[in-house]
Design a protein around this ligand. Structure first.
Ligand SMILES: Cc1ncc(COP(=O)(O)O)c(C=O)c1O
Length: 271
């Protein structure tokens, strides 16, 4: 664990990340001792800093610290947290505050190996995502909606829950983005009002474009899910998980273009 470049495991109680969730984070796959999709994670982190008015971390310093934390670990998960820093009485952000930079390493998650090939079972959560264009897309530290949504189920056979917004549009999973395939056309939700614009989602959109697969970013309804030939979930650690079943409705795993899956898995987990 590194905090502001120094080994340690304690941050100030008055850190605004703890007090208000005033900060951002990234969860990065580490393969062969290197952080995957580093430039994309860094770009989202820096965009998030710009949106919240937090000083951007220096990219080179952050990479050097990331490699230091990774050490000799071949496969693990790197978590980076940037908070606005310590201080200020009340919510109003102080002007003279130095961000807190936390880097820590965690073991690779023990997701079922079969998820990739056999697909996963998914449910729909009751907890809704609130609209907030100013926070949409970025990976800010306020994750209570996801915490409440994941508390809704304990059945280990259900791998993920989908979340709707207040208007009933399907936005994303509790820890992933969602793609729908319908008659050869891909669709993923518009995230301008809520949701996190995933790094893996971005890669899927690019790979689909380079393979000439039509892909739309639009509002997604429950009807779109019902009519779909296939669904899949994405995030930086799982890559692509096909959905085998959603609330009892079963889907064809084979409908997902293998060339897309291969390209995304190859690019997404290349050190
Ligand atoms: C709510 C939510 N949406 C989407 C994602 C996918 O983001 P990424 O592809 O950057 O891992 C995550 C990842 O943890 C998430 O927590």
């Amino acid at each position: 664990l590194l905090i502001n470049g120094k080994p340690g495991d304690a941050i100030a109680v008055l850190d605004r990340g703890l007090q208000y969730g005033d900060g951002l984070f990234e969860t990065v796959a580490v393969v062969d001792g290197r952080p995957c999709l580093w430039q994309r994670h860094l770009a989202r982190l820096q965009q998030g800093c710009d949106r919240l008015g937090i000083a951007r971390p220096d990219g080179e310093q952050l990479l050097a610290e990331a490699l230091q934390v990774i050490g000799h670990s071949p496969r693990s998960v790197l978590k980076i947290i940037i908070t606005r820093g310590t201080g200020g009485r009340g919510y109003r952000p102080p002007l003279d505050v130095a961000p807190t930079r936390i880097l820590c390493l965690a073991p690779w998650p023990d997701h079922p190996a079969a998820a990739q090939n056999q697909g996963v079972v998914v449910r729909i959560c009751d907890t809704r995502l609130g609209d907030n264009p100013r926070l949409a897309g970025i990976k800010h530290l306020n994750r209570l909606e996801q915490v409440l949504a994941q508390a809704e189920w304990r059945d280990p056979a259900v791998a993920e829950g989908l979340m709707l917004d207040s208007a009933g549009c399907v936005i994303e999973g509790t820890m992933s983005n969602l793609f729908v395939l319908n008659e050869g056309r891909l669709l993923t939700s518009d995230l301008s009002r809520c949701g996190i614009a995933g790094v893996m989602r971005g890669l899927v959109l690019e790979m689909a474009a380079s393979l000439g697969l039509p892909c739309a970013v639009e509002e997604m309804t429950l009807d779109d899910l019902g009519e779909a030939d296939a669904l899949f979930l994405t995030n930086s650690l799982i890559g692509i998980w096909p959905v085998r079943a959603l609330e009892g409705r079963e889907y064809e795993l084979q409908a997902i273009p293998p060339a897309l899956v291969e390209a995304v898995m190859a690019q997404g987990f290349r050190p």
